[in-house]
Design a protein around this ligand. Structure first.
Ligand code: AMP
Length: 440
């Protein structure tokens, strides 16, 4: 099926074709006609499914077809996203797909100066993409008028709630007209999301493209048991020996991300870190360097990585498992996107076994566990002796390992620990080790 049958205008189809898309994805095929009809939509879709275009394309059309607004233009479509990165990416999509329509877009998020945003808003904006906190700042300063919003999108609503934005969202909702079309997208449908959806959506079209809480079937997953204090060494080895050129690595904490980025850099592997403690400029720069292959490794925390859209990302490594199992699903969703094969590897120390069990329960499958020769976990380290951070609690800075083994020191430019024997896999892992091509 092509895009021509979805009811989209020629100006939009032209932009889509120029972007190189030939066929709509499942969520686009289902959601676009419903949104164009004016229906509310409850979208169960993770990133990687093409959900951004599934709402951006029909929003552009709907707003354009409303006709010329009064001057200055009031905001008529509002998209709320949990993170700055996601807001920037949605804003980019609106620009890309709307390039042949005379509509104005603004993206507003925190961490950057508010003045230029106010200036832009005052000049008039048709489609506004915003993170909740900064939008509230603008509302407080009366630099934005939301009284004419006809269309509201809550993107990654589950994550907005996880991040504690519910009160902000409610304040924003209170400033919007009662009569409006609402689109709510969420990867999961936990209790609070259901409640919000029931309150907000009227007779919605429910569209689900991936089963709730199911890890992407496309992504090959593997766990390597290893002692905590040898993880860095193993990671350097894996990157170097497999000659990975682009790998996204997750840590639980900002501090852990910085430390790992420093260590990998010392191993001769160009690495950047991205997390909420970095300025917006530093985050944008790190992402740009990673995308353009200037750095091989991007170390990220869960929140910073949410919504990152990196084409052809072949490898994701969980340096530490997340204590919230749903975060694992989000993390591995960074690879194997839009039909490509990807690989997600988890380095699991004994104190993280319980997290692994929770993750396997959530994704309803066993993750194959492979001990690498030379990196066998020390059997004298028992879970109860090791640090055992609480599950499902806020991330805590990594604790010192309870047992220290001397690891080889000194590294080569390839990132291999000097004097270290290459590990062999105990168990053969079948499958393509490279990701396929990705269009878009
Ligand atoms: P999203 O789920 O919105 O984050 O999109 C995931 C990726 O798929 C992005 O890189 C998009 O540019 C890409 N994409 C979106 N729609 C299509 C399409 N119809 N064909 C190919 N790629 C697409």
């Amino acid at each position: 099926m092509s895009f021509d049958h979805l009811g989209l205008r020629a100006e939009i189809l032209r932009a889509v074709t120029e972007k190189g898309y030939t066929e709509p994805t499942e969520i686009q095929r289902q959601a676009i006609p419903e949104i164009l009809k004016g229906r509310d939509v409850l979208g169960g879709a993770q990133t990687g499914t093409g959900k951004t275009a599934s709402f951006t394309l029909p929003i552009l059309q709907t707003i354009f077809e409303m006709g010329r607004p009064t001057q200055p233009r009031p905001v008529r479509a509002l998209v709320l996203t949990p993170t700055r990165e996601l807001a920037a990416q949605v804003g980019e999509s609106v620009q890309t797909y709307g390039k042949y329509l005379p509509l104005k877009t603004a993206v507003i998020f925190g961490g950057v100066k508010i003045g230029p945003q106010m200036h832009k808003l005052r000049k008039g904006v048709d489609i506004l993409v915003a993170t909740p906190g900064r939008l509230l700042d603008h509302m407080g300063q009366e630099s934005v008028d939301l009284s004419q919003v006809n269309l509201l999108v809550l993107d990654e609503a589950d994550r907005m709630l996880d991040m504690g934005f519910i009160r902000d969202i409610r304040k924003i909702l209170a400033a919007l007209p009662k009569q409006k079309q609402v689109l709510l997208f969420s990867a999961t449908f936990a209790g609070e999301i259901k409640k919000l959806a029931n309150e907000l959506l009227k007779n919605p079209a429910t569209i689900e493209v991936a089963k709730h809480n199911t890890a992407s079937e496309r992504v090959k997953q593997i766990a390597h048991p290893v002692d905590k204090q040898r993880k860095r060494e193993l990671l350097s080895y894996l990157i170097g020996s497999n000659n990975w050129r682009q790998v996204l690595v997750f840590t639980r904490t900002k501090h852990g991300a910085n430390r790992l980025a420093d260590q990998l850099s010392k191993d001769g592997i160009s690495t950047a870190a991205i997390h909420g403690g970095k300025s917006q400029g530093a985050r944008t720069r790190a992402l740009a360097e990673f995308k353009s292959n200037k750095v091989r490794v991007l170390v990220a925390t869960d929140i910073a990585a949410r919504g990152l859209d990196i084409n052809q990302l072949p490898h994701v490594v969980n340096y530490e498992l997340p204590n919230v199992p749903e975060d694992y699903v989000h993390r591995i969703g960074r690879t194997g996107r839009a039909g490509n094969e990807g690989e997600a590897m988890s380095l699991v120390s004994v104190d993280e076994q319980a997290y692994l069990v929770d993750i396997e329960k959530l994704i309803k499958r066993k993750i194959p566990s492979v001990v690498l020769d030379g990196y066998e976990p020390d059997p004298s380290i028992k879970p109860e002796k090791a640090s055992n951070p609480k599950r499902r609690s806020k991330a805590q800075p990594g604790k010192k390992p309870s047992v220290r083994k001397s690891a080889p020191s000194g590294n080569t430019a390839r990132g291999l620990p000097a004097g270290h024997k290459p590990p062999k896999r105990r168990q053969t892992v079948k499958g393509n080790r490279r990701a396929g091509q990705f269009s878009g």
